[in-house]
Design a protein around this ligand. Structure first.
Ligand SMILES: Cc1ncc(C[n+]2csc(CCOP(=O)(O)OP(=O)(O)O)c2C)c(N)n1
Length: 587
């Protein structure tokens, strides 16, 4: 890395990219994730010159977005991603879609060819001119705000708008398209205190603005309820409202369940903890819901993944939803800023804590254990997750990927007490965790566990290279069943038999990774004890570690669609977890 002087822009004329980088510093941004290229190199240069923000180079732009996403989820700061025009820009789309659906505040800075070349056969032209497609039309549906910078001086006003849009509820990505010549152009920086005359988008009413009638209806419902189940979602973490949630549960004597992407918002070892709601969840949540006369959704709209199997009891229970967006189920909706609203609701309740009624707690759902125990060197999902539970530091972050192994971890692994437990349920895209785990680890310096299948590894596992390059404290754990096991199990359960295309020839991922990265601590864990030792060793190191396990593709995870089939093998239709609105298709 070349040493550079740290020139921060002064008031007056500066390069647009220097102004941009200075604004990111002011916004508290410490990392920018991306992949370089001719039409974004000036921004990387400017970021490098700040001396404050680290420009991280990922292997793929999808993972660069997920790094920014993991960074944002772990810190609640703005995640920043940068990409060049053309293929680099297009690679951002699935990552932005996840952040949009999961309401993660990101700023995507996307290079474009010089304006004079637009519509004239520019390399990677996406200006919408002369038959090229318009990148704005690609990014608009996956962003809260999308604009092309048209001239250098108006950019000074565009940037705060984009940042505000990303951070206003519901949060999400803001995309700025930056032609190369504008990045290099001089802008006049407004004097401190001079703010944009453009309106900053405000999408939700504040708690103070909440209708008094709705507040009263909610207070009435809460006071009248004798048994309450709270289902808490990711919005609680995003709004930093864990304390308010715990206080609500105390004052109501409520059970607390969580959505699959929000295991860390409530202490999993608290006697009130009911378990995970939905298709990867615990039967106890359904029991509690059937016994409750009020269900309060906090920080979740309760999408299908979190309510699969619960539709019937939900329809019979009064529902209150505290979230910036309205719920997917019928109920009273309290919008606005989640933490403010929650505080207002809690403030109207008697402060005396109430015990919650008896319940079984999150007992793991029994799953059929097939022949796998007989196979040497195979670790079952429960054994593997138990080893992770023992080794996991309580301030670590956990990122869980898609597939059978992921579903098992969501069901079985208690969240660390002081770290994040993240699942990308917005788009459920395989391979999310590799970038996201690195982003969280670099942002916080804390040990981060990435739990993923071999399919997810082969999609985006080459980001291990990025972890090695930046010495990120990430422990990668790959559950290798040599299959897209979730797909194979769906074929077996719903399509009359497993096709061979989702079962693969045996791979030795640990040997491959060890050969590629000679300095990396790599383990092939052929039993749970070896896995535990390798995990503990990784905790003691300051950089990345990589562990692969051999698993069995036939093992059935605690996943409602598969369990309802195995429970009703006599049934002719082999329906997935059905409710009155149709089967839950996940995977
Ligand atoms: C990007 C993407 N493509 C396809 C899918 C559909 N899908 C869900 S799980 C899965 C297989 C996952 O395989 P692996 O990562 O090996 O985990 P396993 O189920 O074997 O534990 C697939 C293809 C998806 N979720 N994301």
């Amino acid at each position: 890395m070349t040493a550079m002087t740290h020139e921060m822009p002064e008031e007056g004329g500066v390069r647009l990219v220097d102004h941009l980088a200075a604004q990111l510093v002011r916004a508290g941004v410490t990392h920018m994730f991306g992949v370089g290229g001719a039409n974004i190199e000036d921004l990387y240069d400017a970021v490098h010159r700040t001396g404050t923000i680290r420009g991280v180079v990922a292997k793929h732009e999808f993972s660069a977005v997920t790094m920014a996403d993991g960074y944002a989820r772990a810190t609640r700061r703005l995640g920043v991603v940068a990409a060049t025009s053309g293929g680099g820009a297009m690679n951002l789309v699935p990552g932005l879609a996840e952040a949009y659906a999961s309401r993660v505040p990101l700023l995507a800075l996307v290079g474009q060819p010089p304006t004079a070349q637009e519509g004239r056969g520019a390399f990677q032209d996406s200006s919408g001119k002369a038959g090229s497609f318009d990148a704005r039309e690609v990014f608009t549906p996956v962003s809260r705000f999308c604009a092309r910078a048209e001239d250098a001086d108006s950019f000074a006003e565009l940037l705060p708008q984009a940042i505000a849009a990303a951070q206003a509820d519901p949060k999400g990505p803001a995309v700025l398209l930056l032609p190369k010549d504008l990045q290099q152009a001089q802008v006049t920086v407004p004097a401190p205190g001079v703010t944009s005359t453009h309106a900053v988008p405000q999408r939700s009413a504040s708690a103070a603005g909440m209708e008094a009638g709705t507040q009263d209806a909610v207070s009435h419902a809460l006071r009248g309820a004798s048994r309450v189940l709270v289902i808490a979602g990711e919005g609680v973490a995003a709004a930093d409202a864990r304390e308010e949630l715990a206080e609500l549960a105390q004052r109501l004597g409520a059970w607390v369940a969580v959505t699959p992407d929000a295991k860390d918002v409530f202490d999993n070892r608290d006697p009130r903890f009911a378990g995970v709601a939905g298709v990867m969840g615990h039967a106890n949540v359904e029991d509690c819901l059937r016994r409750a006369d009020l269900c309060i959704l906090v920080g979740t709209r309760l999408p299908l993944l979190a309510r699969g199997g619960l539709d019937q009891p939900l329809a019979a229970t009064r529902v209150v939803c505290i979230d910036p967006e309205p719920p997917f189920v019928a109920g009273i909706a309290l919008g606005g800023n989640l933490r403010d609203t929650l505080r207002a609701v809690v403030g109207r309740l008697p402060s005396r804590p109430l015990p919650c009624p008896e319940h079984t707690g999150p007992i793991p759902t029994p799953t059929p254990t097939p022949v796998l125990q007989a196979l040497g060197g195979i670790v079952s999902y429960p054994e593997a997750v138990a080893a992770v539970e023992v080794a996991l530091p309580q301030d670590a972050h956990v990122f869980v990927d898609a597939g059978n192994a992921g579903a098992s971890a969501i069901h079985l692994l208690p969240a660390p007490r002081h770290g994040r437990f993240v699942v990308a349920v917005g788009m459920g895209g395989m391979g999310y965790t590799f970038g996201a785990g690195i982003g969280a680890a670099l942002a916080t310096g804390r040990r981060t566990y990435v739990l993923a299948g071999d399919g997810a590894f082969f999609m985006h596992g080459m980001e291990v290279h990025t972890a090695v390059e930046y010495a990120a404290p990430v422990t990668f754990v790959i559950f290798n069943n040599n299959a897209h096991a979730m797909c194979a199990l769906r074929e077996e359960s719903f399509q009359g038999g497993v096709r061979s295309d989702d079962l693969f020839a045996r791979t030795d991922i640990a040997a491959g990774v060890a050969a590629a990265f000679p300095a990396l601590d790599v383990t092939l864990a052929d039993d749970a004890a070896r896995l535990r030792r390798a995990l503990l060793r990784s905790n003691a190191s300051s950089g990345p570690a990589f562990i692969a396990l051999n698993c069995d593709a036939r093992e059935i995870p605690p996943f409602l669609p598969f369990l309802s089939v195995t429970e009703s093998t006599d049934s002719a239709e082999h329906e997935e977890s059905s409710d009155e609105r149709g089967p839950v298709h996940v995977g």
